[in-house]
Design a protein around this ligand. Structure first.
Ligand SMILES: Nc1ncnc2c1ncn2[C@@H]1O[C@H](COP(=O)(O)OP(=O)(O)O)[C@@H](O)[C@H]1O
Ligand SMILES: [Mg+2]
Length: 376
């Protein structure tokens, strides 16, 4: 076994509390192989001794399991890079509070694409399937969850100064908006936003959950990367619109999750075309049947015996989402049109899957949750 093979093995050793490995953190300073003795030199800049011990033990047992070396030595070098230390020590305090089985992260390249709407509906379907479900909106600039769920209460604080999530539609929910109020846009600067987001993330007491749906702040920059590093994400979903899917959006999102070893479940294309539902009113209360109507340039649309029809207009070139996601190797989980029903359900403060379970859009959401269940 040579040096690079040892290094490869050490990639399975993660930093305690992170899904990221010690190699990618730059903690492996040197590997020396002499006969059947291997010496690994580590540079771990943390003030927490238990973390160091855990890593040393993990390195030893990983190399022992390989069964190649007779003597395994791990040396800790003093590390003066305080930047790494403070970064890691901050991160290590920012784990999820509670016993959460699966974390589903919902991301998007920018705001306003419907990320929170998608997150709320996925959470609502999970709850409907009797999973204990939590939903966390981490958008500090434009928290949308209070509006989407019609919630405007202040969360309670425990004796340990942790925030207790609110309950809505059987889910546990938390959003910046519950604390800051919905109206005031926050105008903090970058580093402060990062710190606030991390702090907020760590301050919520979730209790026991099967699923935590994480509505990440929009973007795929440092704030998002640090957040995703901190937790073991079971599956990531990227929300995009047809205009953005061809841009770097999906790729950037997918790259971010791959960097932290989080499996990307796929892409949801939101605002994919425009869907109108309607009803033909016959004066005598009877319709000639079978019947179809045709809108200009669109294929004929069938009308059912009660006179109802759904017509779908493409606003952008069709199939872009499917093509692009195939090219990137990220499955297309579903396409959700711009729809009056979603506007109405937002106004009503109730996810469409609950307000209108019969809708074809609700069926798309249930399909997305099927994929989540199959993959986890
Ligand atoms: N498919 C859709 N059809 C119509 N309106 C939508 C759709 N998806 C989202 N919206 C609306 O767009 C706005 C932004 O959605 P939101 O989920 O808050 O976006 P984000 O969390 O990405 O900023 C909301 O008012 C929401 O009701
Ligand atoms: Mg949002």
């Amino acid at each position: 076994m040579n040096k690079s093979e040892v290094l490869e093995l050490l990639k399975s050793v993660t930093y305690p509390g992170f899904s990221r490995d010690i190699v990618s953190f730059g903690m492996v300073d040197d590997i020396i192989i002499e006969g059947n003795t291997v010496t690994v030199r580590l540079k771990i800049a943390t003030t927490q001794e238990d973390k160091k011990t855990a890593i040393v033990n993990d390195v030893k047992s990983t190399l022992e399991a390989a069964g190649v070396f007779k003597h395994i030595r791990v040396e800790l070098l003093p590390d003066t890079s305080t930047a790494q230390a403070s970064r890691l020590d901050v991160k290590s305090t920012s784990a999820i509070q509670g016993n959460v089985k699966h974390v589903i992260a919902i991301a998007s390249g920018k705001g306003g694409v419907g990320k929170s709407t998608v997150a709320a509906n996925i959470a609502a379907v999970l709850k409907e399937r009797n999973y204990r479900t939590g939903l966390l909106d981490l958008d500090i600039y434009g928290p949308s969850l209070p509006i989407i769920l019609g919630l405007n209460e202040r969360p309670k604080i425990t004796a340990e100064k942790k925030l207790l999530p609110l309950e809505r539609y059987g889910m546990k929910v938390m959003s910046f908006g519950f604390i800051s109020g919905n109206e005031t846009p926050v105008i903090w600067r970058g580093p402060m936003v990062a710190r606030m987001t991390e702090q907020f993330f760590a301050d919520v007491e979730w209790g026991d959950l099967d699923y935590l749906v994480l509505d990440l702040p929009p973007g795929t920059g440092d704030v998002q990367l640090t957040l995703t590093q901190k937790i073991q994400i079971s599956g990531a979903i990227i929300v995009t619109t047809p205009q953005d899917i061809a841009l770097a959006d999906v790729r950037k999102g997918a790259d971010m999750f791959r960097k932290v070893n989080a499996p990307v479940l796929g892409v949801v294309e939101n605002m994919s075309g425009f869907q109108v539902e309607g009803e033909i009113l016959a004066p005598e209360g009877r319709l000639p049947y079978p019947l179809s109507i045709r809108f200009e340039k669109n294929d004929p649309v069938p009308v059912d015996e009660t006179g109802r029809f759904i017509v779908h207009f493409e606003l952008f070139k069709r199939g872009g989402g499917a093509r692009e996601s195939e090219r990137l190797g990220v499955p297309l989980l579903g396409e959700i049109p711009i729809s009056q029903e979603i506007v109405e359900s937002t106004d009503a403060g109730m996810p469409i899957v609950l307000k209108n379970p019969e809708s074809s859009i609700s069926a798309v959401y249930r399909g997305i949750v099927n994929t989540i269940e199959e993959n986890l």
